[in-house]
Design a protein around this ligand. Structure first.
Ligand code: VGL
Ligand code: ZN
Length: 198
């Protein structure tokens, strides 16, 4: 089995003090550093939005964060402004010890489409780039870690299964946003899709 570690969105804005801080996010840093030290192939994704991105509540007058808006591609959760490209909040967390051979993949770069998955954007059609990067190296199995379990880790795991990868999510290396039961729902969806939980 040709496996790769995929570290999802471990960025300043999702960690303590960030614009969209995930509870206990900083606790996964040592776990992820240990994993990165153990894998030959490491990919790190970064949520990388333009200013006024469609997923920001502030882009829609009168809308509040953590409410849902119907967009042409379907319902979209609105978020506080976060991970704006080339700002400090979009940087990978300073506490990560990134191997020199690690490959970075940006997502959510298009103004009008959000992207939770590192495979397809939320319109479910626009390709992000992780699949090509993995296939180029003959990878057939991905091990997932990072933030947030119930959004970007979830959708990357599900798309990974759809594309035919073996997928394992390392629970101790992830944390969730967990709004309205979204964390438990995410694990149920991943179980049903044949995602392994380690
Ligand atoms: C994420 C919400 C908005 C994530 C990204 O990385 O899980 N969540 N943008
Ligand atoms: Zn985002």
């Amino acid at each position: 089995m040709n496996s790769a570690l995929v570290v999802i969105d471990v960025q300043a804005d999702f960690c303590s003090g960030g614009a969209l801080a995930v509870p206990e996010a900083d606790a996964i840093l040592p776990v992820i550093n240990a994993l990165m030290g153990a894998f030959q192939r490491v990919f790190l994704t970064q949520d990388w939005h333009p200013r006024r991105h469609v997923s920001f509540a502030s882009s829609h007058p009168g809308r509040r964060p953590f409410t849902t808006l119907d967009l042409p591609y379907g319902p979209q959760m609105l978020w506080p402004d976060h991970c704006v490209a080339r700002t400090s909040g979009a940087e990978l967390h300073q506490g990560l010890v990134i191997p020199h051979h690690a490959v970075r993949v940006c997502k959510g770069t298009r103004p009008e489409i959000d992207s939770y998955s590192a495979f397809f954007e939320n319109d479910r059609r626009t390709v992000v780039g992780l699949d090509a990067a993995l296939r180029g190296e003959g990878v057939t199995e991905i091990i997932l870690a990072g933030l947030a379990t119930d959004f970007c880790v979830l959708h990357t795991a599900l798309d990974g299964r759809t594309l035919g990868y073996e997928v394992t999510v390392v629970e101790s290396a992830c944390r969730g946003i967990d709004r309205d039961g979204s964390l438990a729902a995410a694990w149920a969806q991943m179980d049903a899709a044949g995602v392994r939980r380690a």
